[in-house]
Design a protein around this ligand. Structure first.
Ligand code: HEC
Ligand code: HEC
Ligand code: HEC
Ligand code: HEC
Ligand code: HEC
Length: 438
């Protein structure tokens, strides 16, 4: 070989393909997919096995059931692979190649055996699956198209859905975001209103998907998955997650307030509609969530009536308030008592806002997505009535139960936020008369 060619070869080193161990480590993707890695790190998928409440509740499950395999199935599938049946695992000791739901997990999905409890199968062939038909060649990894990653295919919602439905005991779905979605009009394939999970949960923008020379402009999809929960421990992504959660929540509901006066006083009617959640609201871990309505009526600044005024450090259900309107999932144990732990539940009652099932009210599948409640404001007619809707990701009932059981650090008690679900307070004033505000 002439010496000149040798020099040329040495100047264009071919990087080695990522080893199987490197493929599982998100850090090795960062060289070319920096934004994806950064966003993922603040997401619930990255934090699924290190979340303080996951650790607390799954430790309680281990006390009761002997291990936490049931929980790790979706919150730490790679940890479960290697540590099934083990007790006393230190979940913080696992690095990013094992913890939560990582890049390698989703981008290896090649089949679905069951539509619940993570019935996904992984190819484990080192080929990264995505929605791009003809990706650029890269020495780092092989790539291929997969319908499980393609939002235009119902397979992609099924792939998310397999982990987003929890079935226990004799076939009861205690968490059922995918089932709920399947019943909505968003799941009607081929219709103009069809929207899969990723249409709403992975926003697209134009850009390059890999920081390499010659990368074409494509759609880049957010890997933040904001919805309800935010990082509760130090995380550089907390601020962007908080903003994204708040933004999504404030597009979720339509709300209206009407006040009528009559001889005996005044009545306020609050109507809420699930406008943009492609399933129930709340959904998923709705036994942990509390969404509630606060109504206040005043005259000359003096309070005439209040409902849903919850002190910042108390459980929503613990306040003495006969009119309280709360949206959540109630779980019941074998004795018919309400329970807060999934593994004790045998039945549930859903008090949530339905997702839209049909456009036409005459359609037999039509389910009203509105819910309303009328509040008797008392004998005096107010000059101002206000309505707010709040959501807490984690109810104090469970926080306090876990502190009592010794699985949650008491210092965490006030770590969870309270979200404002409406973009602004609804305010009715006397000059509006019969006119409703929305
Ligand atoms: C089928 C998969 C699956 C199984 C099994 C499962 N989870 Fe989850 N879990 C989820 C999903 C998906 C969410 C997010 C749902 C939502 O946001 O509404 C979630 C949310 C949570 C949350 C709220 C978020 C947080 O980290 O604070 C906790 C706590 C939790 N799970 C604990 C458990 C425990 C404990 C078990 C075992 C008894 C368990 N999960 C079993 C899928 C699962
Ligand atoms: C919960 C599953 C999930 C996890 C975890 C995940 N991804 Fe993705 N990713 C997807 C889906 C789904 C798409 C395709 C989106 C589409 O085209 O609709 C995608 C697309 C991509 C793409 C193609 C470009 C784009 O934005 O569409 C890249 C690159 C990528 N992911 C890298 C990563 C990296 C790196 C990580 C880890 C830091 C990761 N992904 C974690 C589900 C996941
Ligand atoms: C040396 C750079 C490099 C590294 C490191 C790298 N990738 Fe890629 N990746 C690329 C390039 C280049 C493409 C194709 C870009 C295009 O076609 O626009 C790509 C495409 C992808 C796709 C889309 C495939 C498709 O067909 O839709 C996924 C998913 C992906 N990579 C995931 C990962 C994951 C996960 C890691 C870490 C384990 C990783 N990549 C590491 C360069 C890299
Ligand atoms: C391997 C199982 C698994 C797969 C696959 C999966 N998820 Fe998740 N997802 C989870 C778990 C577990 C959580 C909750 C983690 C926690 O908060 O502790 C979660 C949380 C979320 C959240 C945040 C909810 C919140 O509390 O704020 C969203 C949104 C979400 N997933 C959407 C998706 C979408 C969209 C897909 C498909 C691209 C998907 N997930 C695929 C297991 C999975
Ligand atoms: C039409 C848009 C749309 C579709 C389709 C959709 N979602 Fe959602 N999702 C939302 C909105 C809006 C919310 C509520 C806003 C929030 O929680 O910040 C939400 C909330 C969630 C949450 C948090 C639920 C809670 O109350 O704890 C999870 C988890 C989730 N979605 C997963 C999914 C999965 C999985 C699919 C597909 C099976 C899906 N979503 C389909 C719009 C959508």
């Amino acid at each position: 070989m002439p010496p000149l060619l040798l020099v040329a070869l040495a100047c264009t080193p071919r990087p080695d393909p990522l080893t199987p161990a490197e493929l599982r480590d998100p850090e090795s993707c960062a060289e070319c997919h920096q934004d994806h890695v950064q966003e993922w790190r603040g997401s619930r998928h990255a934090l699924a096995s290190t979340s303080p409440m996951f650790q607390a509740l799954s430790a309680a499950a281990e006390q009761d059931l002997g291990n936490r395999d049931l929980c790790l199935d979706c919150h730490g599938p790679f940890i479960l692979d290697e540590h099934a049946g083990e007790r006393g695992l230190d979940l913080d000791s696992f690095d990013e190649s094992m913890r939560g739901v990582n890049c390698y997990f989703c981008h290896s999905i090649d089949g679905i055996e069951e539509m619940h409890n993570n019935g996904l199968t992984l190819a484990d062939d080192g080929v990264m699956r995505g929605s791009i038909d003809q990706p650029l060649d890269t020495p780092a990894h092989k790539s291929t198209y997969s319908s499980y990653m393609d939002r235009r295919s119902p397979d992609s919602s099924a792939a998310c859905g397999s982990c987003h439905d929890v079935m226990l005991g004799d076939g009861v779905f205690f968490e059922r975001t995918y089932q709920e979605w399947s019943e909505t009009l968003f799941a009607e394939e081929g219709e103009p209103w069809a929207l899969g999970c990723n249409d709403c949960h992975m926003d697209g923008s134009d850009g390059v998907i890999a920081q390499v020379e010659g990368a074409p402009t494509r759609r880049v999809h957010s890997h933040m998955w904001p919805a309800v929960d935010i990082p509760l421990r130090d995380n550089p992504e907390t601020e962007v997650q908080v903003a994204a959660v708040q933004k999504l929540l404030q597009t979720t509901l339509w709300a209206e307030l009407c006040v009528v006066q009559y001889d005996g006083g005044a009545l306020a009617t609050v109507t809420l509609e699930n406008l943009s959640a492609g399933h129930g609201f709340p959904s998923g871990a709705a036994q942990d969530r509390r969404v509630w309505v606060q109504v206040r009526a005043t005259k000359d600044g003096e309070v005439l009536y209040e409902s849903g005024v919850v002190p910042p450090d108390r459980a929503v259900g613990s306040i003495d308030d006969p009119d309280l309107w709360v949206m959540q999932n109630h779980l019941y144990d074998a004795e018919g008592h309400e329970t807060h732990t999934l593994w004790e539940a045998v039945s549930y009652e859903a008090a949530v806002l339905h997702g839209a099932t049909a456009v036409d009210p005459n359609d037999p599948d039509y389910v009203d997505t509105h819910a309303w409640k009328t509040y008797g404001l008392g004998a005096t007619v107010p000059d101002t009535v206000t309505v707010d809707v709040y959501m807490r990701p984690m109810t104090y009932d469970i926080i306090d139960l876990m502190i009592e059981r010794g699985t949650l650090d008491p210092a965490m008690r006030d770590a969870w936020p309270t979200w404002e679900v409406l973009p602004r307070t609804l305010v009715w004033t006397a000059d509006l008369g019969q006119e409703c505000v929305e």
